[in-house]
Design a protein around this ligand. Structure first.
Ligand code: PGA
Length: 250
């Protein structure tokens, strides 16, 4: 048995409004009594100040969805790790497949982003995952190991401070959840890779993401190397997200 308690992160992506966020959070906070896992919501940058206020003093923590690879300066539109720190951001997703795909983020860039987050005391949630074509070509392990290797290489002894999220691209937003066996197999590969890099690999939470729902979460979370979830669609509805948090609290 491991001592890692479960970590459940909501990824709101580009959704929400001042009014919708306020009602979602008030419903979530009202339902947190039976929740004993670690939980956070990763919100659009524009709403960090609002969420910092709404979540103050609660058990629900604050996360961001991306961070600049630069410290400061002429990078129009970007947001630095130090700025996230100003809003008491605890987690920051880096290398989500939507960033890799629509913004051509490379493994090296993602590794630098993880470095910036760590330097600001923010836990980077490093996303890795294969496309359907890569899985069908038998390349799943090769792809996720390459993605994680870049982050390990750039972050050395700090590597035990990261969170990893395995998100098969074919499972994101598709309703196609990986089976518990498929997830565990990849999580074990990632754990072994971390073990080769640090004596503290047991401390690293490896989350599963991709159409995680109340129906699919219990079997996924029961796997020895599945330490929580990164949840998109189901994080936008209070009852769905709370059901997931309750499953993770068992
Ligand atoms: P999903 O998204 O739960 O809607 O599949 C997960 C993610 O992209 O982080």
């Amino acid at each position: 048995m491991t001592m890692r308690s479960k970590l459940m992160l909501g990824n709101w992506k580009m959704n929400g409004s001042l009014a919708d966020n306020a009602s979602l959070v008030s419903e979530l906070l009202a339902g947190m009594a039976g929740v004993h896992c670690h939980a956070a919501v990763c919100v659009p940058t524009a709403y960090l100040a609002q969420l910092q206020n709404l979540l103050a003093g609660s058990a629900l923590e604050l996360g961001a969805q991306d961070v600049s690879a630069h410290e400061s300066g002429p990078f129009t539109g970007e947001v630095s790790a130090k700025m996230l720190q100003d809003f008491a951001v605890r987690y920051c997703i880096v290398g989500h497949s939507e960033r890799r795909r629509y913004h051509a983020e490379s493994d090296a860039l993602v590794a630098t982003k993880a470095q910036r987050a760590l330097a600001a005391g923010i836990t980077p949630v490093v996303c890795v995952g294969e496309s359907l074509a890569e899985r069908e070509a038998g390349q799943t392990e090769r792809v996720v190991k390459r993605q994680l290797a870049a982050v390990i290489h750039a972050n050395g002894h700090c590597i035990s401070e990261i969170v990893v999220a395995y998100e098969p691209v074919w499972a994101i937003g598709t309703g196609l959840t990986a089976t518990p066996e498929q997830a565990q197999q990849v999580h074990a590969v990632l754990r072994a890779q971390l073990q080769a890099a640090t004596a503290h690999a047991d401390r690293v939470s490896i989350l599963y993401g991709g159409s995680m729902s109340a129906a699919t979460s219990a079997d996924l979370l029961a796997q020895p190397d599945v330490d929580g979830g990164l949840i998109g669609a189901a994080a936008l509805k209070a009852s769905d997200f709370l059901a997931l948090l309750e499953t993770a609290s068992r």
